[in-house]
Design a protein around this ligand. Structure first.
Ligand code: HEC
Ligand code: HEC
Ligand code: HEC
Ligand code: HEC
Ligand code: HEC
Ligand code: HEC
Ligand code: HEC
Ligand code: HEC
Ligand code: HEC
Ligand code: HEC
Length: 314
């Protein structure tokens, strides 16, 4: 007898503990109901729009691809708002209960729960490598980048995407202000031209397997094939360039001649560039060593197609 009583008390407590936040058992309404999985309100977006149709935080979604009711792949073609916010019957019957998934505000759901909602429909295509990617393992949520209740998601727009990324990547923001930079600030190039923020089989979330493959997508002429190849160019553009911004011209990691002397310093005109005395032809104090330095003469530094281009002079 005694043990049955304890059990009854215990299950009662469990049921209470399992109730949605803010819910109160009605006074004198008998034993509290047992905890159950949250229920769907059903009825699609209409159910929610009865109250939220003039809510400016909500309505812009009606202009987005998510709200295309005729398409069975979209949330509005499935469970409506509940496709993302989860089962919300309790919220519909009383404002004191929240929907089961909240994406914003002080009570927002854990990142994993939020992302799971999106991934039920989007775990393919660009997100093939999401699991284990740098953003996934650092607990970044889909909606840290994406805004759902806006007519046009800013991270999908060239002009506004970089600002979104800069909120967390301050170093790249600083690079974008440097003397030489990819025209990101000018709206001509975006981060997602080179990166797939959802994950990548290559390094640094790059869209391609190697750095050079990324660069070739826009700088096709550097791909070759060339009659005379400059080894470090084939190996990696980053031997001489930095991708985001540099205080040297042409995104160089170092100013020529120093850039070249990091690798070419055995002898001759490669080590004493400013005297000029060891230049081919013994030209004294050659002014061509100034400014662009070595590339005044070695102008085809990325490789040459000239039969006489072995030294990249033509
Ligand atoms: C009976 C009216 C009513 C219905 C129906 C309703 N809501 Fe709400 N909802 C509210 C009110 C009131 C608020 C508080 C508004 C505010 O603070 O701006 C709210 C707030 C929310 C919030 C903000 C999170 C929170 O708990 O504060 C979300 C998300 C939400 N509703 C989603 C939904 C979804 C999804 C549905 C449909 C399944 C729905 N609502 C149906 C009245 C309703
Ligand atoms: C019920 C399935 C479903 C769920 C859940 C869902 N989406 Fe979508 N989403 C779609 C469909 C379908 C499209 C339209 C795809 C198309 O037109 O190619 C879409 C489009 C998008 C787009 C492109 C929008 C545009 O303007 O082109 C983004 C970004 C997106 N979803 C992100 C998300 C995020 C983030 C979540 C979670 C908060 C989410 N989705 C949840 C089905 C879903
Ligand atoms: C770090 C920022 C970031 C995060 C985190 C992120 N995205 Fe994206 N997403 C983007 C950018 C940038 C684009 C545009 C990509 C492009 O144009 O190549 C995009 C495009 C999309 C698109 C539309 C293009 C397509 O694939 O059809 C969908 C859908 C999408 N993301 C879903 C998601 C989902 C789901 C998650 C979470 C698992 C997520 N994203 C996480 C930045 C992000
Ligand atoms: C594709 C997934 C998705 C769908 C569908 C969706 N929401 Fe949302 N909702 C979000 C995300 C993500 C946020 C966070 C803010 C943002 O991205 O705009 C949000 C934010 C909200 C907020 C503000 C919450 C707060 O704490 O300020 C309310 C209210 C809301 N949604 C209600 C609704 C209603 C009502 C519907 C249906 C008409 C709906 N949502 C459909 C994903 C979705
Ligand atoms: C909410 C914060 C946040 C936002 C927004 C964000 N990131 Fe990240 N990102 C991180 C964190 C945290 C890491 C992992 C730690 C690190 O390497 O800095 C990361 C890693 C990366 C990496 C890989 C770095 C490496 O060393 O492998 C790249 C590339 C990147 N982010 C690009 C982007 C792009 C592009 C956007 C915008 C579309 C973006 N991020 C938006 C937080 C963010
Ligand atoms: C022109 C191509 C390109 C563009 C555009 C670009 N990146 Fe990168 N990014 C790269 C390459 C290449 C690397 C690898 C650098 C390395 O390995 O040293 C990289 C590395 C990174 C890293 C890792 C940090 C590091 O130095 O290793 C982060 C974070 C990053 N990029 C963020 C961004 C953000 C944010 C944007 C947009 C503002 C952006 N990138 C635009 C090519 C690009
Ligand atoms: C999405 C296209 C795109 C990709 C990918 C790209 N670039 Fe560029 N790059 C540009 C544009 C656009 C400019 C500016 C050209 C102009 O102003 O005439 C530029 C300029 C440059 C410049 C000259 C900068 C200056 O200050 O004059 C260098 C060097 C460069 N890119 C190297 C690279 C390297 C290295 C990579 C690979 C990591 C790369 N680019 C990937 C589009 C791209
Ligand atoms: C050995 C060093 C080195 C390597 C490696 C290198 N570059 Fe360059 N690059 C330079 C120098 C030096 C300049 C400046 C030339 C000048 O001032 O005329 C330059 C200029 C550029 C420019 C702007 C002028 C032009 O030629 O269009 C682009 C774009 C460029 N490089 C892209 C690349 C790409 C893409 C790769 C990888 C395939 C690469 N570079 C690898 C040294 C290098
Ligand atoms: C990361 C190292 C590296 C950098 C930086 C570099 N080179 Fe080279 N360079 C090489 C290698 C390796 C070879 C092939 C050497 C060989 O075959 O003996 C080469 C070959 C050459 C050749 C052809 C002559 C020969 O011996 O084959 C010339 C000319 C040359 N480099 C000039 C330059 C100039 C000018 C710069 C600066 C803009 C530069 N290099 C920057 C590594 C580099
Ligand atoms: C005034 C034009 C000129 C300048 C400036 C110049 N070079 Fe040369 N360089 C040449 C010529 C011409 C050759 C062809 C070989 C010869 O005739 O000796 C050559 C050959 C080379 C070679 C291959 C042969 C060898 O000596 O190993 C390398 C490597 C080289 N230069 C690197 C450099 C570097 C590094 C710089 C800058 C510090 C530089 N050059 C500046 C004209 C120049």
């Amino acid at each position: 007898m005694r043990s049955i009583l304890t059990m009854a008390l215990f299950t009662g407590m469990l049921a209470l503990g399992g109730m949605p936040a803010g819910a109160q058992p009605a006074a004198g309404a008998g034993p509290a109901p047992a905890a159950q999985p949250a229920a769907f309100a059903g009825g699609g977006a209409e159910t929610c729009l009865k109250c939220h149709s003039t809510d400016a935080k909500v309505t812009p979604i009606l202009q987005t691809p998510h709200a295309v009711k005729g398409d069975a792949h979209t949330p509005f073609g499935q469970d409506g708002c509940e496709s993302c916010h989860g089962p919300s019957a309790a919220h519909v019957s009383s404002r004191q209960n929240s929907p089961s998934v909240l994406f914003k505000g002080p009570n927002k759901s854990p990142v994993a729960e939020r992302n799971a909602q999106c991934l039920t429909c989007h775990e393919n295509g660009l997100r093939m490598n999401w699991q284990g990617s740098q953003h996934a393992t650092n607990d970044i949520a889909c909606n840290d980048c994406h805004t759902i209740h806006k007519e046009k998601d800013p991270v999908l727009v060239k002009d506004t995407q970089p600002e979104k990324c800069f909120t967390c990547h301050a170093e790249q923001r600083a690079d974008s202000f440097k003397f030489s930079h990819h025209p990101i600030r000018e709206g001509k190039v975006v981060c997602s031209d080179c990166h797939n923020p959802h994950g990548s089989p290559g390094p640094k979330l790059l869209k391609e397997f190697t750095v050079n493959e990324v660069c070739y997508t826009c700088h096709m002429e550097k791909r070759g094939p060339l009659l005379f190849e400059h080894e470090p160019v084939r190996e990696s553009c980053l031997n001489c360039h930095t991708p985001h911004g540099s205080s040297q011209a042409r995104l160089l990691v170092e100013r020529p001649p120093y850039l070249c002397q990091e690798c070419h310093q055995e002898s001759g005109h490669q080590i004493t560039p400013f005297s000029g005395s060891t230049l081919p032809g013994q030209i004294a104090e050659n002014v061509r060593m100034l400014g662009r330095g070595c590339v005044n003469c070695h102008s085809q530094i990325h490789g040459s197609n000239s039969p006489n281009g072995a030294w990249f002079n033509r």
